[in-house]
Design a protein around this ligand. Structure first.
Ligand code: ADP
Ligand code: MG
Length: 544
């Protein structure tokens, strides 16, 4: 059975697999398109529609349509209700995944089960876990998650295998998220050097600026009509805005007609007007790119062999032009909407091969396993062996630390209850995985302190900060049974993080040997709730 790569995008999703010649191919959806809008229309209590039809239905039934849910992935406070049924970002994503898998199965003539799902490199643990749960709720076997820029780089490498070491800058501007990532390709190794981004910045923000412009153009002609009061009319304007934006990637100027309350107003938008309206947004991506280039330089990467443009928004000529103007970089358009799914498909096969070819296998065993996998997938043995040799190394996307008292605050010694708390980072962003921080020493704050609550916090903003409000509490464990000692007694904390981002925390008091070890269980839903959601998701009839 083939394994599939799924690019579960904020606005558009795509599925690919590796065909028997070893090439990545996209599986078209029911409408015959390569990408499917990540939109769900809860048509009836039992029936949902995913994709283009759902996106168009937003006009008629905005309250029954879910879109941009990836922006809320991992946020356990977000809930929606459709026909009285409660939904989470995960359960809506699961419905999208079900339709993607269903349509792909129809295309390929086999069941779709084993998948790799891509996530923005900048996703934290909670967002990643939520994505994994969405796959589970959709009844899929999630072999692994893969960072989107790494997927794009894998696809690039498959097409441009010139050997030697190369550094890529991946600029990914999609419908709802933005990422920049520096990747080193060296022989079989694919390694993330550093990554940065903003997961609340994307095409939808460009659309919002255009919508504003259109509405103003309308009210300038018809001051007595309030377009905001007409939900359907506003949905029409939203569709028009996205359409104009896409057309202006080719054309210099476009016209549209806006209709509210029976009045029609023609408007025109030129490419240069669009660029002016949205310059602040593009500038934000350039600032983040600048930061990424600086971080890469600190890590010894000073030149880029290629700049990959990923994400539908990079079809706007302004993107490549701005990268050239500000950084002197010559960017390549590289199947911006398909590269991620194709790279994920490649990684899915790598995963499949690795499962069957343990690293400690003897050469003979490895050969045999490669032959078995090659037979199963209908691929060459040589190609399978090449894939099995690939190593994909990632980095910690964000800083992680322990909440502690700020020792610079004098109150930390005299009145710990009122002293300032900070997050002391043990793991900096962009540290290669897997990682073991080694023991870091912390101190008790009061006399005869018998226990310490180890609170683990993850960087929330786009840059690391020790301020509590710039971090998110993600888990905790109690180091108890400490011997009675004066305040300031030392204990050690160690963080271990696996390649897939699973964090284990170890706290130890050396004198007594007391210790605590816990894995960070990302909040949100427990196993039972996931099963329940899986049941809910499976009850819907899903179509495209
Ligand atoms: P995501 O992965 O975040 O869902 P995609 O990479 O599929 O996003 O990109 C979708 C975004 O790209 C949408 O905002 C869409 O309007 C925009 N887009 C697609 N094609 C074009 C184009 N030709 N010109 C400008 N923007 C485009
Ligand atoms: Mg994308």
């Amino acid at each position: 059975m083939a394994a599939y790569g799924i690019d579960l995008g904020t606005t558009y999703s795509c599925v690919a697999k590796i065909d028997d010649t070893g090439r990545a191919v996209v599986l078209k959806n029911t409408a015959g398109e390569d990408t499917t809008p990540s939109v769900v229309y809860f048509e009836t209590p039992k029936n949902v529609v995913v994709g283009r039809t759902a996106k168009d239905s937003a006009v008629l039934a905005p309250d029954l349509v879910a879109s941009l849910v990836k922006r809320d992935m991992g946020n356990s406070d977000v809930r929606w209700e459709y026909h009285g049924e409660e939904h989470t970002p995960e359960s809506v994503s699961a419905l999208i995944l079900r339709e993607l898998a269903r349509a792909a199965a129809e295309q390929s003539g086999e069941q779709v089960c084993d998948v790799v799902i891509t996530v923005p490199a900048y996703f934290g643990l909670a967002e990643r876990e939520a994505t994994r749960r969405a796959g589970k709720m959709a009844g899929l076997e999630v072999l692994d998650l893969l960072a989107e820029p790494v997927a794009a780089a894998l696809h690039y490498q498959a097409l441009n295998d010139t050997g030697g070491t190369r550094h890529l800058l991946v600029y990914d501007l999609g419908g709802g998220t933005f990422d920049t990532t520096v990747i080193r390709l060296s022989g079989a190794d694919v390694e993330v050097v550093c990554t940065d981004g903003d997961h609340k910045l994307g095409g939808a923000d460009w659309d919002a600026k255009i919508i504003d412009f259109l509405v103003h153009a309308f009210t300038a002609e018809q001051p007595d009509i309030d377009p905001g009061a007409d939900e359907q009319g506003m949905q029409d304007v939203a569709s028009t805005a996205e359409k104009l934006k896409k057309e202006l990637s080719q054309a210099q100027s476009r016209k549209a007609i806006l209709r509210f309350d029976g009045k029609a107003v023609p408007v025109e938008l030129s490419r240069s007007q669009l660029e002016e309206l949205t310059e602040v947004l593009l500038d934000r991506t350039l600032d983040i790119t600048d930061r990424t280039i600086t971080t890469a330089r600190e890590k010894g990467v000073t030149t880029f062999d290629d700049v990959l443009l990923v994400g539908g928004m990079t079809r706007m000529p302004a993107v490549a032009a701005a990268l050239h103007k500000r950084f002197g970089l010559d960017a390549k358009l590289h199947e911006p909407d398909l590269a991620v799914a194709k790279g994920a498909a490649l990684f899915a096969v790598i995963k499949q091969v690795k499962v069957q070819m343990p690293e400690d296998a003897t050469p003979a065993q490895a050969r045999q396993a490669a032959r078995r996998v090659a037979d199963q997938l209908g691929m060459d043995v040589e190609h399978v062996e090449e894939l099995a040799a690939k190593k994909v190394a990632t980095v910690v996307p964000r800083a992680f630390g322990i909440k502690s008292l700020d020792s610079r605050d004098p109150l930390s010694r005299t009145d710990p209850d009122n002293a300032r708390s900070i997050v002391a980072h043990l793991l900096e962003a962009n540290t290669p995985l897997p990682v073991d921080t080694g023991p870091q020493t912390f101190y008790t704050v009061v006399d005869n302190q018998r226990e310490v609550l180890l609170e683990v916090w993850e960087q929330a903003g786009s840059t690391a900060s020790e301020e509590l409000e710039h971090n998110t509490h993600i888990g905790e464990g109690m180091l108890a049974g400490l011997p009675p000692r004066p305040a300031g007694a030392p204990f050690d904390v160690t963080f271990y993080m696996t390649e897939t981002g699973l964090l284990t925390v170890h706290g130890q008091e050396k004198g007594s040997g007391r210790e605590v070890r816990f894995e960070i269980q990302i909040g949100g839903l427990n196993d039972e709730q996931v099963l329940q959601a899986q049941e809910t998701v499976s009850r819907y009839a899903v179509s495209g």
